[in-house]
Ligand binder design. Structure first.
Ligand code: ADE
Length: 384
């Protein structure tokens, strides 16, 4: 990963590139860094890099020409980032995008900002690190570089994976503790000292969920639930909802892709059940699909397997009086029960019904069940 910074204040970066994790990444050659002094490209004997803002009240703006010359002095074709309060918000996804570019240059503004003609013609991405105004782009540049460098393999220590970070699957991180186990009257939660890996994992998961719901419920829209639920998830598909056996194959594969435990299909008629069973065998879907003579039998099977009564979420494409998918997502995290998504079928079997995936427009016909299922699976089990 290569990062170049163009700045009028290169001294800001000396300690940053020599210290701690970023410093070690630079030293080990995992992160290649370069700092370009904008004043080297300034105009005249005073190396002028800024001038008064046109139509402004005396504020200074960095001029386009020194910035362009500094950029043109670089080799290759780097991706150009300009940190500014007017930018799009920096998120973990943006960090991942920047990492994927491989060669990034960050142009630090100062004073009132930089000439808009440089921004519109040379900048690929204007990025804000938050809704507040700093005196320049140097601190945001360091924030961006720090976050990107953590994704470079080998930069964060062994035994510590970025998969465990906050936001990796869209939720906040769990609390952390170190020695001593008792500090000024406050004890570390017993479970963390128990040596029981399963119980520790459960506790961490619940804490991550609790904190996310309490502090950042907005994150829920982009977080995948599997891995944070206490029990498994299932999809129930009444046979009346599908028009061809091939739909079953495709829906089963979507379930497998998103980590849904089983596709449950209630089929009352024995002959039909036999023909669906032979399709399942032929298509090697046995691990993904299970047939039942009735909805009730399927529910009993899940209850026995999960040792808890399933939470039933119905969606049928027409019911506009149901809950929004985000509210249901929150409920699922609270109830600590296995979840069955019921595509179509009888609403009275369900704990909640979900509003149609495309909104409440009754003038449109419902989305085909296969498509609606994919959207639902992605909203609940996909992340970001
Ligand atoms: N420059 C000044 N304030 C900033 C912010 N909030 N984000 C990014 N760049 C900035």
């Amino acid at each position: 990963m290569k990062v170049t910074v163009i700045t009028a204040f290169p001294e800001f970066f000396r300690a940053f590139f020599e210290t701690s994790i970023v410093g070690r990444a630079v030293e080990r050659g995992l992160l290649e860094v370069d700092v370009v002094d904008l004043r080297d490209y300034g105009e005249g004997s005073y190396s002028k890099i800024d001038d008064y803002s046109f139509g402004g009240k005396g504020g200074m703006v960095l001029m386009a020409e020194p910035l362009a010359l500094a950029l043109e002095g670089l080799k290759g074709d780097p991706y150009v980032v300009y940190p500014s309060p007017q930018g799009v918000p920096l998120t973990q996804e943006t960090v991942e995008t920047l990492f994927s570019k491989g060669d990034v240059v960050i142009v630090c503004g100062h004073y009132e900002g930089i000439d808009e003609r440089f921004v519109s013609s040379r900048v690929d991405l204007e990025l804000s690190i938050g809704d507040y105004v700093l005196t320049g782009g140097e601190l945001p540049a360091m924030v961006i570089i720090d976050a990107v460098s953590r994704l470079v393999p080998g930069v964060v220590g062994k035994g510590r994976s970025v998969e465990e970070d906050s936001f990796f699957k869209g939720m906040l991180d769990t609390p952390h503790f170190t020695r001593p186990s008792s500090w000024r009257g406050q004890d570390v939660p017993d479970v963390l000292l128990s040596g029981n890996d399963g119980a520790i994992e459960d506790w961490r998961r619940r804490e991550a969920v609790r904190r996310t719901l309490e502090r950042r419920p907005d994150l829920l829209s982009r977080s995948g639930l599997l891995g944070y639920m206490d029990k498994n998830a299932f999809l129930m598909l009444p046979l009346s909802e599908v028009s061809s056996p091939w739909e079953i194959r495709s829906i089963a594969r979507s379930c497998g892709f998103y980590g849904v435990s089983k596709l449950l299909i209630p089929v009352e008629d024995r002959d039909t059940r036999d023909s669906v069973r032979s399709l399942i065998l032929r298509e090697d879907l046995g691990a993904l699909v299970k047939l039942f003579p009735s909805v009730a039998r399927a529910l009993r099977w899940v209850s026995d397997k999960e040792k808890a009564v399933p939470y039933m979420v119905g969606f049928n494409g027409f019911n506009s009086s149901g809950l929004s998918w985000l509210e249901i997502k929150r409920e699922i995290l609270k109830v600590s029960r296995p979840v069955i998504f019921m595509a179509g079928g009888d609403e009275k079997d369900c704990d909640v019904t979900m509003r149609p995936v495309a909104g409440d427009d009754r003038s449109r016909s419902a989305l085909p069940v296969q498509n609606a299922i994919s959207v639902v699976l992605d909203r609940f089990f996909g992340w970001r």
